[in-house]
Design a protein around this ligand. Sequence first.
Ligand code: NAP
Length: 331
Amino acid sequence: MKTVKIGLLGIGNVGSGAFQIFSLNSASIAKASGCEITVSGVLARSKNKKRDIDINPEIITDDPDEIIKNPEIDIVVEALGGIEPATTFMLSAMKNGKHVVTANKAAIAANYDKLTEAAAENGVQFKFEASVGGGIPILNAIDTVLRGNEFTEIMGIVNGTTNYILTKMAEEKLPYDVALKNAQELGFAEADPTADVEGIDVANKLTILMALAFGQYIKPENIPTTGISKITAADIEAAALKGCKIKLIAHAKMNGTSCSDCAEKGKLEYSVKPMLLPNDHPLAGVSNEFNAVFITGNAVGELMFYGRGAGAMPTGSAVVGDVIEIAKSFK
Ligand SMILES: NC(=O)c1ccc[n+]([C@@H]2O[C@H](COP(=O)([O-])OP(=O)(O)OC[C@H]3O[C@@H](n4cnc5c(N)ncnc54)[C@H](OP(=O)(O)O)[C@@H]3O)[C@@H](O)[C@H]2O)c1
């Protein structure tokens, strides 16, 4: 059986989730991929930090070149976070003939064109299922079994932090500040929650969804974006009186698909903003930290993908799935 060697950039939440899944499910992963997949190098900031996982400290390095330029490594998994140095490391890995898997929505959204072009130029695969909706298999679905469709609309709840806050505001009638504090105490929100509550994280994910579903790369800074920090308990109550819920929605709609000669035909409209959804809308029932993507294709109709949008194991599940798909080509 061929051995496929993985270099992990980062061993935090996502990196350690993927690392544990490779070990936990090694037999089924070998069966599915036809290869023995081993993690042979790990990049971290600190080599000596105490880790909660069972990992040989000798494979941890603080020198990125030991992974990116290591001729033994076949696939680089990037789980560092942030746009840089993650983008530079991914581009360099591709240049060195390595396939790349990442969970990093900020880096992909900022540099989608550079990363996809570099992968094509270097004849390597670039996969990023974990970057939108964590464990939810939405990107590969759009890119494979749904490819026969022209997509007309996407609506996504793709940020668990804000969905948790809005759920608590609605169900427990909490003011925004208290719901945010609860989310922080439970580890659902960062100490600095700006990227989540102002919709920046959701805009990154909408960029990626639109690039795949509509073939249009619209940078996150060009997406009209409103977060949830100005939503009040009174707004939530007014929505409830109308039989609605307020949800932070990543929305993209291809206009004019129902008329053949209208001027707006083929114009993509997009936004990230809190929207009022009737209680019987499938996304209105998505509560707490859960994520869901509701997508409409002209052949398949309406579909909803639902699950855990974050966390070490759900996100690791998507990362490992991408690695297995790549490893199949090594058999
Ligand atoms: N957490 C989630 O549930 C989730 C879900 C979906 C997507 N993502 C994405 O996955 C990525 C990773 O997130 P995370 O939550 O796993 O982050 P994290 O827990 O902060 O882990 C980051 C890891 O990268 C290492 N690192 C960071 N910068 C480095 C540098 N410049 N050089 C060397 N090592 C560096 C850190 O080293 P040390 O351990 O030594 O500090 C750590 O091991 C992000 O892009 C995030 O948006 C996360």
